[in-house]
Ligand binder design. Structure first.
Ligand code: KG4
Ligand code: ZN
Length: 353
């Protein structure tokens, strides 16, 4: 038997194993991360963030990200094993994010995971990053069961989805232009706030009031799609207008008004989908999902309609490897195939892949 045949044989025996141990690697953007999970319990979740390195450029520089992943990855993996009080022998399989993300950054994780899986002769599981974000919810709530509606709000994606099973996701609506996280980051930049913008906008908004009018995108359309370029442009135009006229304005009010509108759009869409689908559970996934206003608003408004809302703790909303391990666990339980050593990284991957 060759490596792949052996890996698939092992996966079959792991399908129903109690205490399945997954080591997962994530390197799609500017976090080098490794986690170890046993079933849906996180034993180690190590994240080496490059935020400080990229801050001075106002965003992630792909080349620099790849180089720093290369420098960090070995230590991060060894730290995760040590935190989990395990050795490589205790690991049942290796999971890795193969896409979507920055190609050079992904390649570091994929190459490392392939080498590890081959050297240890253990199955390799290729995980879709966005499905990983959704799967973070199973770590927060191990008895969570599909079907449910999931709002996915990350730096690159904004979509409302119907999670049919542990591995199948149907898109009900998605953004027609910018992702919500992207809009938060651009608004932060025009307000002179450092990268990454989302948490900074949230912090500034705490001191403001939602008194500046923002446009309502796709107002007269019957759709679950999103559009963020209109409100992003409204913020940029507002700032430029005030600057040109030499007028004072309140950045806190502007941040707050933007955040109110941005979160309203997500909450309204997600709840309408949950009502239409007749599901009683709504979950949130992705970095923007750590926004406190979004979380609170979603909970209050959904509960008025008898819908329960769950979201992962903050550290599992933004990029991490535990969520990748969680989706790999779901894939194995559903009888997935192992990946071969020819596995390649992909910059673009659909939510449904
Ligand atoms: O999911 P994520 O960590 O990475 C991607 O897969 O894209 O999402 C990153 C995005 C960034 O745009 C960041 O500004 C945004 O999530 N974000 C937030 C908050 N924390 C992170 N946006 C709004 N409020 C937050 N508290
Ligand atoms: Zn992400």
């Amino acid at each position: 038997m060759n490596y792949l045949e052996r890996a698939n044989e092992k996966l079959k025996s792991l399908k129903d194993k109690q205490g399945l141990v997954v080591l997962a690697i994530e390197s799609s953007c500017d976090e080098t991360a490794c986690a170890v999970t046993r079933d849906r319990v996180v034993l180690a979740n190590v994240i080496a963030s490059q935020i400080e390195i990229h801050k001075r450029f106002g965003g992630v520089v792909p080349e620099i990200a790849s180089r720093n992943h290369t420098l960090a990855i070995d230590n991060v993996v060894r730290q995760a094993l040590s935190d989990a009080k395990m050795t490589f022998d205790d690991i049942d399989c290796i999971a890795v994010t193969y896409g979507a993300g920055l190609l050079g950054a992904l390649l570091v994780g994929v190459s490392y995971a392939k080498a590890l899986a081959y050297a240890l002769d253990k199955p390799l599981i290729a995980v879709n990053h966005i499905k990983g974000h959704v799967a973070a919810n199973y770590l927060a709530k191990p008895d969570l069961e599909p079907p449910f509606v999931c709002l996915i709000a990350s730096g690159g994606h904004t979509a409302v989805t119907y999670v049919k099973s542990l591995t199948e996701i149907e898109i009900l609506g998605s953004t027609q232009d910018d992702a919500c996280g992207e809009a938060f980051d651009k608004v932060a930049r025009v307000l002179g706030l450092p990268y990454p913008g989302g948490p900074q906008v949230q912090k500034l908004a705490e001191q403001g009031k939602p008194v500046i009018e923002m446009p309502t995108p796709l107002k007269d359309k019957h759709t679950y799609d999103f559009s963020y370029s209109g409100i992003k442009t409204a913020v940029i135009n507002y700032v430029h207008n005030k600057e040109q006229k030499g007028e004072e304005y309140s950045p806190a009010d502007l941040a707050c008004s933007f955040q109110e509108k941005a979160t309203d759009i997500m909450v309204n869409n997600a709840i309408a989908c949950a009502v239409d689908k007749g599901v009683k559970t709504l979950v949130i996934a992705g970095g923007v999902g750590s926004n406190q206003v979004l979380r609170a608003k979603m909970k209050t408004r959904a509960e008025e309609k008898g819908i329960e809302v769950f979201y992962p703790p903050l550290g599992l909303c933004t990029d991490n490897a535990a969520m990748i391990a969680s989706h790999a666990y779901n894939m194995i339980r559903c009888g997935c195939e192992a990946s071969d050593i020819s596995l390649d990284a992909k910059a673009n991957v659909k939510i449904t892949d």
